[in-house]
Design a binder for this molecule. Structure first.
Ligand code: ADA
Length: 600
């Protein structure tokens, strides 16, 4: 049985860092009678509370819970995420410490620590940044601290499943072979049943497993399988039930039948080459910060799909699993990532172990989500540095050893000096040519040259974007930071990349504007504004263009001819305005723009 402990707790900041010495974790020091403890919601980010917006440090939480009388149960507390470090005590005795801000973990609570009546849970959360943490000391998003996702009390029988992973393969006769690998804490016989989600009363397949070992596997055939895809996100349910008379826990797994692999420079999805048209998303929605309600995550996934995207990158860390539930149901292909981002201490063994632990936890949590097709082990990491190259190569190998059913990658910002990308299944490169440097007209040339570092691999352009302050329109001058400039920039990138048929897809950076202490000029004012929607989800100009842009049939065009003609159209436009020939001027401008954005 799981009991949700989320709700109204008590909390207090610890700016002087005296809480441990003063033993705030003791029952007598954490009760509702002590005025310093104020009402606080769990989950929540303390930085979303204006009083603590800029506070980085330690925050204490306390709550009380009863224990239903379940003799012989094993008790644990599961935190779905605490950013960044978490220590917890029950009735004044420490139960565990965990590092990492974006994945679940649990602490076992020895029965002798528990009281039949009220029990006190005290949690210390701390979000200091450091190069020996993941992410490191500097990152382009807001460092929300707190018990940022739900907390559950787990009351469990030792006769239960620890895990069950479903692998699917599509058969030539239209059926599917399902391989179930399961782990039990203590062995017990069980039955299994597969139904289609939404049709619980129509068994598709069933069976019984005697189970004489803690780890086991079995195969299932689903005839006439309904494949999972962005267009048809069909889902099945696998239920594992203890055999009659066995006192053990059920376990269910929702899954989808789909296959992802590469073939030369192509990404093959359910047997066909696929083009990813995606955008990225940070886990932030005002006024919640990172603690976004489930229905709001479903709304984001629906809105992204409605714009015409078929893919989503969960930047730059694992989001709450609710977003993957939404992607499974709505049909988005997900590139998930651990927050190995920019500079961390790549020389440190303990930092590598933290990264590997996050990778393992991400795959353990999300293995059965059909929407997840790629694991990324890092973003914009300095692979020209030998220690980083080794760090990333080890993570790629570890990801492959944990999950041979998905593609493994990392996201690079290096063009010609990246030798590590050959170890990826898919080469992912971020490109801001024309925004931070150079001229976007050279985009096709730069990407084509970059491809030479790994010509036989599939490629994705995993980030490109331009900042636009919502409401700032500049139709004629297309001033920087205007919605018009952003729309022109993104349209050019999408059309140019679509015109390079060796690229398997792209992700706009980013869906929604997000808070970042790095972004402070007058158009940013504390936010990274490369979103195609603003902080309040207000759509920017590009959103009007996206449905048709994403639907355009682009033929690669001969750059050489148009490169020659484009300046001529510019000159013609200038002369036509000078001689008061607006029709000619507008026609010339359209030709120039069409080249500039590659529409032909
Ligand atoms: C990088 C980075 C993103 C963001 C982006 C930007 O590509 O991966 O997190 O910082 O640049 O907005 O410049």
């Amino acid at each position: 049985m799981n009991i949700l402990l989320s709700g109204e707790w008590r909390g207090r900041p610890d700016p002087k860092q005296t809480g441990l010495n003063q033993e705030w974790f003791r029952v007598n020091n954490s009760g509702p009678d002590i005025p310093e403890w104020k009402s606080v919601d769990v989950p929540s980010c303390w930085n979303a509370d204006p009083r603590y917006e800029r506070y980085e440090g330690i925050f204490w939480y306390a709550t009380d819970f009863d224990l239903p009388g379940e003799a012989d149960s094993e008790i644990a507390i599961r935190f779905l995420a605490v950013n960044y470090l978490c220590r917890a005590w029950v009735n004044g005795r420490e139960i565990g410490i965990h590092e990492g801000g974006y994945l679940p973990f649990e602490f076992n609570v020895p029965n002798e620590r528990l009281l039949p009546g009220g029990n006190r849970l005290v949690v210390m959360a701390e979000n200091f940044r450091s190069s020996r943490r993941i992410p490191g000391a500097l990152f382009d998003w807001f460092n929300y601290g707190g018990i940022v996702r739900d907390v559950e009390l787990l009351i469990r029988s030792p006769f239960r499943f620890k895990d069950a992973r479903v692998r699917t393969s599509i058969l030539s006769d239209g059926g599917a072979e399902i391989t179930v690998n399961y782990q039990q804490i203590q062995t017990f016989p069980f039955s299994w049943l597969v139904t289609e989600c939404g049709e619980p009363d129509k068994p598709i397949a069933s069976g019984v497993i005697e189970s004489h070992a803690l780890d086991g596997s079995f195969e299932i055939i689903i005839p006439n399988a309904k494949l999972w895809s962005p267009e048809t996100p069909s889902l099945y349910m696998l239920e594992l039930k203890p055999a009659p008379g066995v006192n053990a826990e059920n376990h269910s797994v929702r899954f989808g039948v789909r296959e992802i692999r590469t073939f030369g420079p192509r990404i093959i999805f359910n047997g066909k080459p696929i083009k990813l048209k995606g955008d990225s998303l940070h886990e932030e929605l005002m006024p919640y910060g990172r603690s976004i309600p489930r229905e709001e995550r479903f709304r984001d996934a629906r809105d992204i799909k409605k714009l015409g995207f078929n893919a989503l990158r969960t930047a730059h860390y694992t989001h709450d699993e609710a977003l993957l539930d939404a992607a499974d149901e709505i049909g988005l292909l997900v590139l998930e990532e651990i927050p190995v981002y920019w500079d961390i201490d790549y020389e440190s063994r303990s930092v590598y172990e933290k990264a590997e632990s996050m990778l393992r936890d991400m795959i353990a949590r999300d293995f059965n989500h059909p929407s997840v097709i790629q694991w990324s082990v890092g973003n914009e990491v300095p692979v020209e540095n030998e220690a980083c190259d080794l760090f990333i190569q080890r993570l790629l190998a570890e990801a492959r050893s944990l999950d041979e059913t998905r593609l493994v990658t990392y996201v690079s910002s290096r063009f010609l000096i990246d030798e590590t990308r050959k170890a990826s299944d898919v080469c992912c490169v971020n490109c801001y040519l024309g925004w931070y440097f150079g001229d976007e007209k050279e985009l096709a040339g730069l990407l084509t040259a970059t491809r030479e570092t790994a010509p036989d691999k599939p490629w994705l352009v995993t980030e490109f974007g331009a900042c636009a302050r919502s409401g700032f329109r500049s139709p004629k001058r297309r001033s920087k930071y205007s919605e018009n400039r952003q729309a022109e920039f993104l349209a050019h990138y999408i059309r140019t990349i679509n015109g390079l048929d060796w690229i398997s897809g792209w992700f706009i950076w980013i869906y929604r504007d997000f808070k970042s202490p790095m972004r402070n000029h007058k158009y940013q004012q504390g936010f990274n504004r490369k979103g195609i929607v603003g902080v309040e989800r207000e759509q920017k100009l590009i959103c009007e263009m996206l449905p048709s842009l994403l639907d355009e049939k682009i033929l690669p065009k001969s750059e050489s001819i148009m490169k020659f003609l484009a300046p001529a159209f510019k000159k013609l436009e200038e002369f036509a305005w000078r001689f008061a020939q607006p029709m000619i001027a507008r026609a010339a401008k359209k030709e120039y723009d069409d080249f500039f954005t590659g529409i032909k």
